[in-house]
Design a protein around this ligand. Structure first.
Ligand SMILES: [Zn+2]
Ligand SMILES: [Zn+2]
Length: 983
């Protein structure tokens, strides 16, 4: 893939070092990392921008629980890119990185490390010690992630990263919760919630994302329940969660659906939906009616003999209620209602005043009073229940049932639903203000707003408590008298403490130390403990617009930096989580938006577009990728991606990117090959004044590019900015400007000085446009181009500004026409099979729109590129062109000479000769070719800058000789450095 041209460095001024020559990204990056560190470039940048206008970026904390994956690197590339861009524009920034520290994700990993299976293991080990182990893990991985981010090229004030486990962060949340309490938003609620049997805690609504639903197969059961007062008549019900049957208190039917009595061969009558009548083989519909007819009918319960059930249902018995949310699709149309095990069931129990049987404890085992089930895990109860029901003759049918079922986001255990007391922030009063504040934020892509509003419209109250250990200690003190109070700060706790303060003092506000502190109930004066629960981790991340910007310690500082200008995170999940949490906290504390803009992006997938999983074997770790590909091609890939779509990451796509970047490298390589220091008396990045039309054109294109890249980065559209740069250096710079200007760079060529100035200006400024995206490569290029009067690092340079005067739309338009004509003419050549090196007589084209100055030069470009002697304007030709493809003898000879010259040049290049080297040509060819070459000898010498051409008497097959085809005739060529007398 690489052109391995070896040019001894000593012979050249523009010492593109070997690393660049080989385009070895990892090595370039390591070298530049060292340079930045030694020269303290980042510190110098911050110093340079200190006191200037602010630009406030707020980092969403990364979970410091594992090494980074390539998906983290996508977001971190954006964060770095936008911050570097703003820094080049001179904005002062905080450059603060954040680590998310507390929560179940860390606990689960530490549990695994220690071989713990249940919460009891943790408590035996000691809560305080366990918490310390969690802290240690966080510190370990925050360090790993810091190193990895530095390797990616991310510039942050790493010494001052924030940690959500810090005292400031935790106490800031205390303050927030106290505000919630004062505003009467905080309450203890009894509800049925998703519950993880292994983690032993409630899982809040936010945490159950679509990907937490798994395709699982469970045993479902049809049960027949005897209708009271009727012989051999049964309600037929169906459930996929048999463990909930002992908690059944009622049945529900849809009032407006049609139900039926269906008789089987034995004369038993089953009541259920008419549309499902064929559930009974050879059954006969003997009666049909609307569901409402069934209201209040009584039936015999399945487990009324169990003490816990008996106690609850003894008075009222079991009855049928009406409910409009029943669907006709699945089951029998009669739904078994267990208010202790289902969210909707619990709501119905309140509406219909039904008794509640609450069967499970924290470990998801049956409580006392459930006889043969007591102490059994609900997940293992199905068979016991089937046996019991079979003995009672109540089982109609058992069958496997595959469905999407929620699992724990952390440990993947199947969730159950449990009736529990948890703490909530009420959202009813906040819902409207939250939506208003969400609308104040600019969402990129714009569908972000709709998604956030959709969540805000439908979300339930925020469940903030968790019955766990490593997390925010909820500062709620609940007294037996029914009073509860919230402590808002460390100082307040000290003031209110009546015991335990000494044991706690000097420690972080974590369990178990903070639990030692007791206060006195302000109502009944009894001693009160903190509730043992910890907080939902999104409280930790939600407070950072306040805690990390000095809201509590330095209001002036906070006012300077709040609200942020930008936050930038992956979309999936965050609408319900971080975005939601910062909006809630900002609304409660200041009734305003925490950030001006939220920029979001999709997910990283593998090359085929599939999710990466360790277990699938398609996951790519950051360390592996960065050593294999290098950070820069990764960054280019990330920056280029349309953030709306998932990014397909892999080594294949990375090679594609490298190939593109190679074109850029080749332009630099070209420059360094042809230009010496003495060619640039005053190296300057200023705009050159040039008369040449190609120079003018590329300068115009480049100023357009500056404008386009700036405009897009201002809108945080890294994708369009990167694509524009890529298009520029491939299409405009390499494929046209360099290609058509090549000759001008030769020693002594006309317009050489202007061409050099132009290309120097382009390269120097192009590296600046590239700098935020590829900070290493651009630095390396810059260091080899810069003169002493320029900043020591590209990242200390100013962002280039568009010079509107240099933009010439008319010229650009004409050049586009020229390139179109060339494309058509070359296509015609290819069609008839005539090589470009074979000159042709004329090309007829439709005239340009208007004859203006410069037209002659444009026509010259066409002539050279298409290799025709003459261009004729022909008004009759509308769109197409006409190429005269007849080849005269003279034209044919000329073609042979051109081809010969081209081969000489190619060999010189391959041999690594410099333009200034003196060269001899030896050749052998048949008579026809030989005559032509001898006739044109002086022309060839001049064109190839060669000392002499010598005809060999015979074919000499030495290794240096190269057989090549000129007009389908063999010619043997050899080039050699040296001097000779011209014959
Ligand atoms: Zn779990
Ligand atoms: Zn009290």
């Amino acid at each position: 893939m690489l052109i391995k041209t070896f040019i001894p460095a000593s012979e050249r001024f523009w010492k593109l070092n070997k690393l660049i020559m080989e385009l070895d990204f990892p090595k370039i990056e390591e070298k530049i990392l060292k340079f930045w560190k030694e020269k303290k470039i980042f510190e110098k940048l911050r110093e340079k921008n200190q006191g200037k206008e602010r630009w406030s970026f707020l980092d969403g904390p990364i979970t410091a629980n594992n090494p980074m994956g390539v998906h983290h690197a996508w977001g971190r590339t954006y964060k770095d890119l936008f911050q570097r861009y703003k820094a080049m524009q001179g904005f002062e920034q905080r450059f603060q990185n954040g680590f998310d520290c507390q929560g179940l994700w860390v606990e689960v990993e530490v549990e695994k490390e220690m071989g713990f299976k249940t919460k009891k293991d943790i408590e035996k080990f000691g809560i305080g010690k366990f918490v310390e182990a969690c802290k240690k893990r966080v510190l370990k991985y925050s360090k790993v992630q810091t190193e990895q981010s530095i390797r990616l090229g991310q510039w942050m004030d790493w010494e001052n990263s924030y940690y959500t486990m810090s005292d400031e962060n935790n106490y800031a949340i205390w303050n927030f919760l106290k505000k919630c309490w004062q505003k009467k938003l905080l309450y203890k609620g009894r509800d049925v919630v998703p519950w993880c049997p292994r983690c032993g805690t409630a899982i809040s609504q936010h945490e159950i994302l679509t990907e937490e639903y798994q395709e699982l197969t469970h045993k479902s059961v049809f049960v027949k329940l005897p209708v009271e007062g009727r012989k051999n008549t049964f309600f037929l019900i169906w459930t996929t969660t048999p463990w909930t049957l002992p908690a059944n208190v009622a049945l529900a039917v849809h009032p407006e659906l049609i139900y039926a009595e269906v008789q089987d061969k034995e004369g038993n009558i089953f009541i259920f939906l008419k549309s499902k009548a064929d559930l009974i083989s050879e059954g006969k519909v003997i009666k049909e009616f609307l569901g409402e007819k069934l209201e209040n009918l009584k039936y015999q319960g399945m487990f009324d003999e169990l003490p816990a059930v008996k106690k609850s249902v003894e008075k009222e018995g079991h009855r049928v209620i009406l409910w409009k949310d029943i669907s006709e699709e699945e089951g029998t149309g009669i739904v078994h209602i267990a208010p202790g095990c289902g969210q909707e069931d619990f709501q119905l129990s309140k509406e219909f005043n039904l008794p509640v049987v609450n069967p499970t404890n924290e470990e998801s085992k049956y409580k006392e009073g459930f006889d043969f089930l007591t102490g059994k895990l609900v997940g293992e109860a199905a068979d016991l229940i089937f046996d019991n029901l079979n003995k009672k003759g109540l089982v109609f049918k058992i069958e496997d049932y595959a469905h999407r079922y929620p699992t724990c986001w952390r440990c993947k255990e199947e969730l159950i639903f449990r009736l529990v007391d948890e703490w909530y922030i009420s959202m009813e009063k906040l819902r409207k203000p939250l939506m208003e504040i969400a609308r104040k934020i600019k969402w990129i892509p714009s569908f972000g707003l709709e998604r956030e509003l959709d969540w805000l419209k439908n979300m339930q109250d925020w469940l903030i408590s968790k019955k766990r250990y490593w997390g925010l200690a909820l500062p709620i003190y609940e007294c037996a008298c029914g009073n509860f109070e919230v402590i808002g700060s460390k100082e307040e706790l000290k003031e209110r403490a009546v015991s335990g303060w000494k044991k706690f003092e000097g420690r972080s506000p974590h369990r178990s130390w903070v639990d030692e502190v007791k206060i006195k109930c302000s109502k009944c004066k009894k001693l009160v403990s903190r509730i043992p629960d910890v907080g939902n981790p999104w409280l930790d991340a939600g407070i950072v617009p306040f805690s990390t910007m000095g809201y509590y310690e330095n209001k002036e500082y906070w006012k300077k930096w709040f609200p942020a200008d930008l936050i930038c995170e992956s979309f999936p999940g965050q609408f319900k989580n971080w975005f939601y949490a910062i909006i809630v906290m900002s609304t409660v504390l200041e009734n305003t938006n925490p950030t001006g803009t939220i920029f979001g992006y999709a997910s990283v997938r593998d090359e085929k577009g599939e999710e990466m999983h360790k277990s699938k074997g398609n996951a790519i770790w950051f360390d592996e990728a960065v050593e294999k590909i290098g950070a820069e091609p990764m960054r280019w890939m990330y920056a280029k991606q349309n953030p709306v779509y998932n990014l397909k990451f892999g080594y294949g796509p990375a090679e594609e990117i490298k190939r593109k970047l190679l074109t850029l490298y080749n332009v630099f390589s070209f420059f360094s090959t042809y230009v010496d220091k003495k060619d640039l008396p005053v190296a300057s990045s200023k705009l050159p004044v040039t008369k040449n039309i190609l120079d003018k054109w590329i300068i115009s294109r480049f100023n357009n590019l500056i404008e386009k890249v700036t405009r897009n980065l201002d809108r945080y559209n890294a994708s369009l900015a990167t694509l524009a740069i890529e298009k520029f250096f491939i299409d405009d710079l390499s494929l046209w400007y360099i290609r058509r200007s090549r000759k001008k760079f030769h020693q002594g060529a006309e317009g050489r000085k202007d061409a050099i100035k132009t290309l120097y200006y382009l390269l120097l400024n192009l590296t600046k446009l590239i700098a935020p995206i590829m900070p290493f490569f651009s630095e390396e290029m810059y260091l080899s181009l810069k003169s002493d009067n320029m900043p020591e690092s590209i990242h200390l340079s100013d962002w280039p500004k568009t010079d509107k005067e240099k933009i010439n739309r008319d010229l650009e338009k004409k050049m586009t026409e020229v390139r179109e004509i060339v494309t058509q003419a070359l296509a015609q050549r290819a069609e008839v099979g005539i090589k470009v090196r074979q000159p042709l007589k004329e090309l007829r084209i439709p005239a340009f729109a208007k004859a203006t100055a410069g037209e002659e030069e444009l026509l010259e470009l066409i002539k050279e590129e298409v290799n025709v002697k003459k261009i004729v304007f022909d008004k009759k030709i509308k769109k197409e062109i006409e190429l005269d493809t007849k080849i005269s003898k003279t034209l044919k000879e000329e073609g042979i000479v051109r081809d010969f010259i081209r081969n000489v040049q190619k060999m010189k290049k391959e041999a690594g000769f410099l333009p200034k080297d003196r060269v001899l040509i030896y050749y052998f060819a048949e008579r026809e070719i030989r005559n032509i070459i001898e006739n044109k000898k002086y022309f060839i010498l001049k064109e190839t800058r060669t000392e002499n051409i010598e005809l060999k008497k015979e074919v000499i097959r030495e290794p240096f000789y190269l057989g090549t085809k000129v007009d389908n005739q063999k010619v043997y060529l050899k080039v050699k450095k040296g001097y000779s007398k011209i014959k």
